[in-house]
Every structure is written in structure tokens, then in C-alpha cells.
Design a protein around this ligand. Structure first.
Ligand code: ATP
Ligand code: MG
Length: 387
């Protein structure tokens, strides 16, 4: 991407509307803009980061054996009456009517949709267990939407649901999901902790929450340690299958309700939590795995032909590692400020002094380390640092 074309309206000033670092920095880096309380636009950089989080989640879910589906946000009231949640869910449920006065809600979660779907698709214990997941938009009329996309009213979630013939089978998949979540958050380079939790409105039996450790977390885990809930895994049991009459035939040809589990990850919240764990006075410090671009190429003087030529060559050669070419006609200090604010892990700085000696400077965002390398070795060094 060429920085001159990138739609990233960076801000020098602290936005007054934001309380926590991730919200301030997402606004300042031009990643998000508010539309209404708890409702956000994702600009190109915001969308890139969220897409990378979603892709890691997707890859690890598929690796775990789960299959991806896509369910509607619009859900008919009748299904929520079957599960007995139309009444209980309360004001957090966005309720709407269609032109015929039929009632719907905008899904805050999808047990009411997936349970009849699987019940229809699967008849026999021989087809079990199965785990289905989606990455989809959820709606919750939060009493206090805040902290930007951390607690929105419209937000992206990965939600998965597993269906089993026995508790033993559920326990096995629950453990598989626990391990999958660890791989997901490890790949993103996050520090986290799993703790036992209150199942809340989704209900059922045992559940654990994955907490990203951060000073600004809403939850106090143990004295002085705070966490941001990024994921939640539940053993639901037969709570939904019994109410919704979702059954299969067991070995003895008897009808049994499915035993279920459900597993969520907040995609946007995970990106925000990564910032809470990775920022400094200059801006965001992305983990490499979810950085919007991995390397920025910055000619010191954008009118110097030799610098531009080398910058373009490096840009072409580094396409595989998602480069950002700062081709803006600006003072170098201002260019570097923007790139640090956005949090790009590596910068290649092309200046007159280095060029004379045939070198460029590589700067590491996280450590501040500066490495001089011969031009011919720049590409290899960048690839090595990104490993
Ligand atoms: P919280 O306690 O923070 O309100 P929850 O327990 O209601 O969350 P779950 O129903 O467990 O949330 O949803 C699964 C995941 O979706 C959560 O672990 C979180 O990462 C994410 N999530 C939940 N609510 C929001 C929201 N309003 N905005 C962004 N992400 C959310
Ligand atoms: Mg939860």
C-alpha cells in the first residue's frame, strides 16, 4: 500500500471521547470512527487488523475440526420463545418488527438458530459429534457501550457450537476448544489466563473465560490483576436441545436430546485488547501476526530520486510481507510519527548518509533497536526479523 493513497485520518490530539488507550489509539491511528454509541466504522487499517484476527481464529477453528457456516443476524421471535429466552433476555435484545408486524430480534448469539439447524441436518449418533462455527456480526443493546469496539452494540464475534451424543464426547471437544483458544491467543502473541466463570444469560453448566491481562481490564481476576474477557467456552448440556426438541437417535434407536457446547471469541475486542497490551507514548505496538502492515519503507526526502528509486525497489521486492511505502511529500519526522502511531513492526529508513555507504536503516518498533544493513541484504533482514 502507498501511504499517499491510504485512508487513515491520523490525529495528533488525544480524542476527548475516549477513556482507555486502545480506544484513543484506534481513533488517533485512523482505524475506527464512531457512527453512534457503540457503533463504529472500521477504516482500512481497522478492517485489516480485524480481518487478521478473524483469519487466525478461522484457521485454528478449522484445524480443530470445526466447520464454518454463516447464519442470519435477523432471527424470528418464535425461535426465541421456544428456547424461553424472548422474555428473559431483556433490554439487551434488539427487537424489531417487519412490515407485517411480525417480530424479530437482531441476534446477540445463535443458539436459537443453530439448534434447529443441526436437529434438521443430523438424525443419528453416527453423525456425531459435530462443531460448527461462524464469524458474524452480533447485536447487543449494551447498557453502557464504551471503550470503542471493546464493548460495542454491533460487533464481530466468532461463535461455535458443538453437538454430542454423550457427556464424554462434550468433555473431549471442550478440551479441544480450550487448546484451540490457547493456540489462537498464542499466535497473536497475547498474555492471557483462563478462569472459571459465571455462565450468565447463555446458561448451562461449566464455563471458562479467556482473559487478556491488561491494567484497563473491566474484570478483577485476583488482587491487582485485571483482565479483558476475549473468549468464553461453555458446556451447555441439553438446555437448548430439550427446550427446542432437538434430538437424534442413539445406538438403541432411542430419541435423545443433543448435548451441546458453545464457544465465543470477540474479534474486535481481541484486537483492542492487543493494543492494551502493546502501546507506548508514540502509539500502537502491534504483535507481528495482526499488524495491518508489517514493514514501512520511508525515504527521508521524498524529492530525492535515488531514495525514491530504492524505496520503490524495496517495496516491489517485499510485497510478500505486506509493505507500506511512505511516498508522501512530508517532513520525515511527521512521516515517522504516523507510522509509529499506526504501530508498524518494522521501518526501513532510506537516508542520504546511509545511501552514500550503501546502507539502509531498519528500526524495530517494539524494542527501538536500529540495525544498519547493506542495501542488498535489507530484504533478507526484514524477512528474518518478521519470523
Ligand atoms: P461481557 O461480560 O464482557 O459483557 P459476555 O460474557 O456477555 O461479555 P459472551 O456472551 O461470552 O460475552 O460473548 C463471547 C465474546 O464476545 C466475549 O468473550 C467477548 O470477547 C465478546 N463480546 C461480548 N460482548 C461484546 C461487546 N458488547 N462488544 C464487543 N465484544 C463483545
Ligand atoms: Mg462471557
Amino acid at each position: 500500500m502507498r501511504m499517499s493513497r491510504l485512508v487513515a485520518p491520523t490525529l495528533r490530539e488525544e480524542p476527548a471521547e475516549a477513556e482507555v488507550p486502545s480506544h484513543k489509539l484506534m481513533l488517533r491511528a485512523g482505524m475506527i470512527r464512531k457512527v453512534a454509541a457503540g457503533i463504529y466504522n472500521l477504516l482500512p487499517l481497522g478492517h485489516l487488523v480485524i480481518s487478521k484476527v478473524a483469519q487466525i481464529v478461522r484457521e485454528e477453528m478449522v484445524r480443530s475440526g470445526a466447520q464454518e457456516v454463516f447464519m442470519p443476524a435477523l432471527q424470528p421471535k418464535e425461535l426465541w420463545e421456544e428456547s424461553d429466552r424472548w422474555g428473559v433476555y431483556g433490554k439487551e435484545l434488539f427487537r424489531i418488527k417487519d412490515r407485517h408486524d411480525r417480530e424479530f430480534c437482531l441476534g446477540p448469539t445463535h443458539e436459537e438458530i443453530i439448534t434447529p439447524l443441526v436437529s434438521d441436518a443430523i438424525n443419528s449418533y453416527k453423525q456425531l459429534p459435530v462443531t460448527l462455527f461462524q464469524i458474524q456480526t452480533k447485536f447487543r443493546d449494551e447498557i453502557r457501550p464504551r471503550f470503542g469496539i471493546m464493548r460495542g452494540r454491533e460487533f464481530m464475534m466468532k461463535d461455535a457450537y458443538s453437538f454430542h451424543p454423550s457427556n464424554k464426547s462434550l468433555d473431549k471437544e471442550y478440551k479441544n476448544m480450550f487448546e484451540t483458544y490457547c493456540r489462537i491467543f498464542d499466535r497473536m502473541g497475547l498474555k492471557y489466563k483462563a478462569i472459571k466463570a459465571d455462565p450468565g444469560a447463555i446458561g448451562g453448566g461449566f464455563s471458562e473465560e479467556f482473559m487478556v491481562l491488561a491494567d484497563t481490564g473491566e474484570e478483577e481476576l485476583s488482587p491487582g490483576v485485571r483482565g479483558i474477557e476475549v473468549g468464553h467456552i461453555f458446556k451447555l448440556g441439553t438446555k437448548y436441545s430439550e427446550k427446542m426438541k432437538a434430538t437424534f437417535l442413539d445406538e438403541k434407536n432411542q430419541e435423545k436430546p443433543f448435548i451441546m457446547g458453545c464457544y465465543g471469541i470477540g474479534i474486535g475486542r481481541t484486537a483492542a485488547a492487543a493494543i492494551e497490551q502493546g502501546f507506548d507514548k508514540d502509539g500502537i505496538v502491534w504483535p507481528i501476526a495482526i499488524a495491518p502492515y508489517k514493514v514501512a519503507i520511508v525515504p527521508v526526502n521524498s524529492l530525492e530520486k535515488e531514495q525514491i528509486k530504492l524505496a520503490e525497489e524495496l517495496y516491489a521486492g517485499l510485497q510478500a510481507v505486506e509493505p507500506l511505502l511512505d511516498d508522501r511529500d512530508m517532513r520525515v519526522g511527521a512521516k515517522l510519527k504516523d507510522i509509529d502511531l499506526i504501530g508498524i513492526p518494522l521501518k526501513i529508513i532510506i537516508g542520504p548518509r546511509g545511501l552514500k555507504e550503501g546502507n539502509v536503516e531498519i528500526k524495530v518498533r517494539a524494542s527501538g533497536e536500529v540495525i544498519m544493513v547493506p542495501i542488498a541484504e535489507a530484504k533478507k533482514k526484514v524477512e528474518e526479523l518478521l519470523k
